[in-house]
Design a protein around this ligand. Structure first.
Ligand SMILES: [Zn+2]
Length: 257
């Protein structure tokens, strides 16, 4: 009975994506275009370049940083935040004994650096590699808080979004990531940026969806530089067919089907 109910919920989630979310893309985009408030991503990126120079590596941890939440076996969630004019993505740690793999690493603020270091300490591990869902500053800036030898992977199509001295650290993503009991497929899901990807653990049914798909059927903006509404529609259709049980997006809440 329980299993049946779960299947029903899952099917509802897939149907919601395919029948309700995808057709809404043009309409939501229209509303966003009319919204006077959004800053162009280029402004944010310019700011990124400036602040990168101001970044000072923080000393070990202060108290009061937020705790990690375990969202699946071996998967830990460090919630992102939004403050003043700054935004930092959700970060996810995969843990395999003393090794950690980090999916998205937030922005380059001291706050993010503190939180990342606190999380690493709490998990008693060392970050082996960072995998980024796309190249926006609020998902990649946190690499500054990690040792410079830690490899950082990003779709080559988003390399153009990276500026400044950190650029040399980025390596192109491959199609598969194997780490402990995790085997993640790298799914290209352009739309939010040309190089946006989702990481899909097919056996565990866990989807790291970046800024492509959010909880409750919300989806990423396509009005930034490099955004593509038609591509977003295609990407959402692909994700709708996966049947994920745990959705781990780049911002806000996580979702369980
Ligand atoms: Zn983004």
């Amino acid at each position: 009975m329980r299993a049946l109910r779960k299947t029903a919920v899952l099917l509802r989630a897939v149907r919601l994506l395919q029948e309700e979310v995808v057709p809404r893309v043009p309409e939501v985009q229209q509303e966003r275009d009319e919204d006077e408030a959004p800053r162009h991503m280029q402004d944010v990126l310019d700011e990124f370049e400036k602040t990168q120079k101001l970044f000072v590596r923080v000393k070990p941890l202060q108290e009061g940083v937020r705790v990690l939440e375990k969202v699946a076996p071996g998967v830990f969630f460090l919630r992102g935040w939004e403050a003043f004019d700054n935004i930092s993505s959700n970060c996810f740690f995969l843990k395999n004994k003393g090794s950690l793999l980090l999916i998205d690493c937030g922005n380059l603020s001291e706050q993010t650096a503190k939180e990342l270091n606190a999380a690493i300490k709490e998990l008693k591990g060392a970050v082996k590699a960072v995998y980024c869902t796309h190249g926006h500053y609020d998902h990649v800036g946190g690499i500054k808080a990690l040792p410079s030898k830690t490899p950082v992977f990003l779709s080559e199509k988003d390399f153009y979004l990276i500026h400044g001295e950190g650029k040399a650290r980025f390596k192109p993503l491959k199609k598969k990531i194997v780490f402990g009991s995790f085997a993640l497929s790298v799914l290209p899901t352009p739309g939010h940026t040309p190089g946006s990807v989702c990481f899909w653990e097919a056996r565990k049914k866990i989807l790291f969806s970046g800024d492509t798909l959010f909880a409750a059927g919300a989806f990423g903006r396509t009005d930034f530089e490099g955004g593509d509404q038609r591509a977003m529609e295609r990407s959402l259709k692909t994700l709708g067919g996966l049947g994920w049980r745990v959705l781990l997006p780049g911002h806000d809440d996580v979702e369980r089907a």
